[in-house]
Design a protein. Structure first.
Length: 196
């Protein structure tokens, strides 16, 4: 969102109004879960571990603060977590005891597991849309690299009579390159759905 606001305002109208998964989970923790556990939300310090540095800026957005309480308090990147583990001398995962997964919100769907992966939000949305439109399950989404753009993958999904063109891109430099390509494309739309 920040990049679009600063560098590509012409694309703001195309952004999804949905929050990112971390910004959906944050308020659930501080409202629903806090109520279930009878904990004052002001006593909860929510840490999100994410691969993208931009998630740090996302939690600073004023519209994601209610009654002086931030939805997510801090973001730790996966790189920072790796550095922390290294400093603490945790490197041999075979010696770390396996623990049961806690399930504070109950069972989740398979789509929820996809969210943590690059392109996961899109794939979950595509699977849902495909099933609603066709009554069938989407078996797989086969992404291929975009020539000359290593961090960009694209796919075409047949949904009824529509060939839905989608792309997944990661990294600021790659996002800029793809947005420039979309803007200059003679045949619009180049993609129907892009996940950054």
């Amino acid at each position: 969102v920040n990049m679009a606001e600063k560098c590509y305002p012409q694309f703001l109208k195309n952004l999804s109004t949905c929050r990112s998964p971390q910004m959906m989970m944050g308020p659930l923790i501080k409202t629903y879960w806090a109520k279930q556990m009878q904990i004052d939300p002001k006593q909860i310090f929510s840490v999100s571990m994410m691969p993208c540095v931009a998630k740090k800026a996302e939690i600073e957005r004023p519209q994601l603060v209610r009654d002086g309480i931030r939805d997510v308090d801090v973001v730790l990147t996966t790189r920072e977590m790796g550095q922390f583990l290294k400093i603490k001398g945790i490197s041999n995962w075979d010696t770390v005891p396996e623990l049961n997964y806690d399930d504070p919100m109950g069972e989740s769907t398979g789509a929820a597991a996809l969210f943590a992966n690059s392109g996961g939000v899109m794939e979950a949305a595509l699977r849902t849309a495909y099933e609603l439109a066709t009554g069938k399950k989407l078996e797989s989404v086969d992404f291929s690299q975009v020539r000359g753009m290593d961090a960009v993958r694209e796919a075409t999904i047949k949904v009824g009579d529509l060939d839905l063109k989608v792309a997944v891109v990661s990294g600021g430099k790659n996002i800029r390159a793809l947005l420039d390509k979309i803007e200059k494309a003679p045949n619009k739309p180049l993609y129907h759905f892009v996940e950054f």
